[in-house]
Design a protein around this ligand. Structure first.
Ligand code: AMP
Length: 508
């Protein structure tokens, strides 16, 4: 398979809006792919090469490309690129390694025609912007191999690997249906949708397990005999960093299991510590100075039996039997008032909200459906626009990413009566708002750089956030989490904006 072929297909895919046409183009490409190349090809299509991070900088790629004229004929195959990536990924770092990498990349560019060179640069810099292409590749694999898409999707979720699933699909489509859970092979986690209230959630999910939504980090724990594997939500292996979780799971009276849960740090008095404390402990090597506790809310496999297709009521029962001490507390109810009490209690104890989970639903790996619903109060704040950055991509030429400030009446983080930056966002900005910002902001301009225009603190915008976190970057020591624009508030003056003190008070 020539890279030129891949480039042509991606061009077709990006030029059509119709999902069916995108799927057809990719299916056609996959039908012509040697199964041995499938995994490498899929990595290039979805912008995540199978070698992972290859440590080649954007500058290097741009420099090399500018020095090497593209060849007249296409000449680069997917396999050659994959081989070179393999060598690059395995080049030991140290003196001379940058030169070796440059030579490998240079020789790829020397064999590429201009379309191939273009795609190669995007592959090397991780810039294949294909957005939702993963789902379309699944549909295309189904079409190319005459297999129901549900079967392909399930194989991807259970194996956690689209590339290997593609290889299997092209070699032996009938074997896809046999892909099952394997202890030790991470599974894509089940995800939750959002519900605006517990009443709505209960009316959608019916009789439910209502659980505290802990503000920690997702963990999936596999145990096979004495072997324990702990992975994160993105399926990264963190086993070596969480010895205390490994110990606790090894101590359970079982032979094999796959648990799904959340881990977080607690204060001495049992209150949850802020989300980023848990995350930083997750990322740190060496001797832990604090203890992470696992809480499990699901079990996918137990002692040789897959439970993934069993309803939650069965899975919870199995979990309670073997790991009661690690079970997230649950109230089983179909009464919205009872669910509301759990929510009030969760918030009072410093948790984020609740999860409402249908007791009849199987474990839908990798899916965000209606079987799990999260309910958490949305916090909104009125903040002041301090600046805006010029957009890129689709937003080129528009003032986009907003710099947001909170009022600082007492000068806790700067001049009394001034404004303190607490975050940035471009989420929630419609085309209409982008246009309005670009037209309006220059009238408030105090200075500009090539990237941004800075404004007098006069425009108030209402922002929804999921919470706040401690920050060493911003002067108030606090940063917004998941900020999005709800709307401009011309009815409010900057003097009515929320204060840095009120945001700091959200830090627990
Ligand atoms: P979100 O990240 O806001 O989409 O919420 C889903 C996340 O909440 C999951 O990925 C888990 O990390 C976390 N979580 C906390 N408590 C629970 C629970 N009881 N059940 C499921 N997920 C939970």
């Amino acid at each position: 398979m020539l890279l030129a072929d891949v480039a042509r297909t991606l061009e077709t895919v990006s030029q059509t809006r119709a999902r069916s046409a995108k799927t057809a183009a990719l299916a056609d490409l996959l039908r012509r792919t040697d199964p041995a190349d499938a995994s490498a090809l899929v990595g290039m299509l979805i912008g995540r090469v199978r070698q992972g991070r290859i440590g080649v900088g954007w500058r290097t790629v741009v420099d090399l490309r500018s020095q090497i004229a593209p060849s007249k004929e296409p000449g680069l195959s997917v396999r050659e690129v994959d081989d070179a990536l393999e060598q690059i990924a395995h080049t030991p770092s140290g003196a001379g390694s940058a030169g070796v990498r440059r030579d490998l990349i240079g020789s790829l560019f020397a064999h590429a025609d201009s379309a191939e060179s273009d795609l190669l640069a995007r592959i090397l810099t991780g810039e294949v912007r294909t957005g939702a292409l993963e789902g379309i590749v699944i549909d295309a694999l189904a079409a190319a191999t005459d297999t129901p898409a549900t079967v392909v999707r399930r194989a991807v979720m259970l194996s956690g690997d689209l590339g290997l699933t593609a290889e299997l699909a092209l070699r032996e489509p009938a074997a896809l249906a046999d892909v099952g859970l394997r202890v030790g092979v991470p599974v894509q986690p089940m995800l939750a949708s959002t519900s605006s209230s517990v009443e709505d959630a209960i009316s959608t999910a019916g009789e439910s397990s209502v659980e505290h939504k802990l503000d920690g980090a997702r963990i999936q724990v596999h145990r096979d005999g004495d072997d324990v594997l702990v992975v994160t939500r993105s399926l990264a292996d963190v086993t070596a960093r969480v010895p205390e979780i490994v110990e606790r799971v090894r101590a359970l009276p079982i032979r094999s299991a796959i648990f799904d849960g959340e881990t977080l740090l607690l204060d001495d008095d049992g209150a949850p510590r802020p989300f980023q404390d848990t995350m930083s402990r997750f990322g740190r090597h060496g001797v832990p100075d604090s203890v992470l506790r696992p809480w499990f809310f699901d079990v996918l496999h137990l002692d040789g039996t897959d439970l993934i297709d069993e309803p939650l009521r069965v899975r919870r029962g199995a979990l309670a039997d073997v790991a009661a001490q690690h079970l997230i507390a649950s109230t089983v109810t179909d009464d919205p008032a009872a669910a509301q009490r759990v929510l009030d209690e969760a918030l009072a104890s410093g948790q984020e909200g609740v999860m409402v989970k249908s007791l009849d639903a199987p474990y839908a790996a990798g899916r965000r459906g209606k079987a799990w619903l999260k309910v958490k109060p949305v916090h909104t704040y009125d903040l002041v626009v301090l600046g805006a950055e010029w957009g890129s991509g689709r937003r080129t030429g528009w003032l986009s990413n907003l710099h947001l400030g909170a009022r600082d009446p007492e000068g806790v983080a700067g001049e009394p009566g001034g404004f303190v930056m607490v975050g940035k966002t471009f989420k929630g900005l419609t085309d209409e708002l982008l246009r309005w910002q670009t037209e309006t902001f220059p009238a408030y301009e105090t200075r500009r750089t090539t990237h941004a225009v800075f404004l007098r603190p006069e425009i108030v915008v209402e922002i929804a956030i999921d919470g706040v976190q401690r920050s060493s970057r911003y002067p108030g020591g606090v940063a917004l989490r998941f900020a999005r624009v709800k709307g401009y508030r011309p009815d409010k003056s900057p003097a009515e904006a929320d204060t840095i003190n009120s945001l700091q008070a959200q830090l627990r």
